[in-house]
Design a protein around this ligand. Structure first.
Ligand code: ADP
Ligand code: MG
Length: 251
């Protein structure tokens, strides 16, 4: 049995009258990828935001390791070992790939007000941070592009950079929101290879529309529709579920 790193139970998020996430439970284990699929508006990004602290849940519990993190700030949660990427990119386009990763690495150091120039100068002088950044760039396959200005990097490289930035915080749990969005075939294939590599030593929740990628990568699969989980299990179990076929996969 692999190690349970994050456990969320009965999470609900209401926006006025709308339950965007309705009594959703999800467990993330080390060395496993848990994919979350569902049509637009199903609540996948909201669920990600609840786990990362970007939104406080209306109700429910979230444990990261031994710590109850529900309602804690994203900065606290990030320092406790949860890393996330965003569906919309979080990259500073005028900065180099290296500096973007440095800023991400510096963000989990002792809290200081956001000041990119100051953070970068601190990060550059810190050998431990430089080492963390080098490892993150290497793992994400960006070592040769480190000195490229992020705005000049390809779409695929920018998505890799997002992941490198997340890795620079040395997370045990990774939440990735549509890392394959907008990618061509070759870019998607190299991203799938990267995610496969990241599975080792991490627990991962992968929100993704690309079903080929999901079925290639996922150990566990949860299907959401209208804020609710309609099925969860291994990919084979979910594929065989009549509700899922009717509601979503359309097979
Ligand atoms: P998905 O990522 O699965 O496409 P979302 O989590 O983005 O779905 O959205 C789920 C539902 O919650 C949608 O109906 C969306 O319009 C609504 N929603 C998301 N964020 C907010 C918000 N900040 N305020 C109000 N409604 C929101
Ligand atoms: Mg979304």
């Amino acid at each position: 049995m692999s190690e349970l790193l994050l456990s969320a139970s009965q999470l609900t998020k209401r926006f006025g009258g709308l339950a965007a996430v309705n009594e959703v439970s999800v467990d993330l284990f080390r060395d496993r990828i848990h994919a979350v699929i569902g049509p637009n508006g199903a609540g996948k990004s909201t669920l990600t935001n609840l786990l990362s602290g970007d939104l406080p849940p209306t109700s429910g519990q979230i444990r990261l390791g031994q710590t109850d993190i529900a309602g804690k700030s994203p900065e606290r949660i990030s320092r406790l070992g949860l890393g996330r990427s965003y569906q919309k990119t979080n990259i500073f386009l005028p900065f180099t790939v290296w500096d973007n990763v440095r800023l991400a690495a510096q963000s989990v150091e002792r809290h200081a007000p956001w000041n990119p120039a100051h953070w970068l100068s601190k990060a550059r002088k810190n050998p431990a941070i430089n080492q963390r950044c080098e490892r993150a760039l290497e793992l994400a396959g960006l070592t040769l592009r480190a000195h490229t200005v992020a705005g000049n990097a390809s779409h695929g490289e920018q998505r890799q950079l997002e992941i490198a930035m997340t890795l620079a915080t040395e997370p045990s749990v990774l939440l990735l929101d549509e890392p394959l969005a907008g990618m061509g075939q070759a870019e998607a294939e190299s991203m799938i290879e990267l995610l496969q590599k990241l599975k080792k030593d991490h627990a991962m929740m992968l929100v993704e529309h690309d079903m080929d990628a999901v079925f290639a990568l996922a150990d566990q699969l949860t299907v959401m529709v209208n804020g609710q989980v309609i099925a969860t299990g291994t990919p084979a179990e979910v594929r065989a579920d009549a509700n899922v076929q009717a509601a979503y996969l359309g097979e």
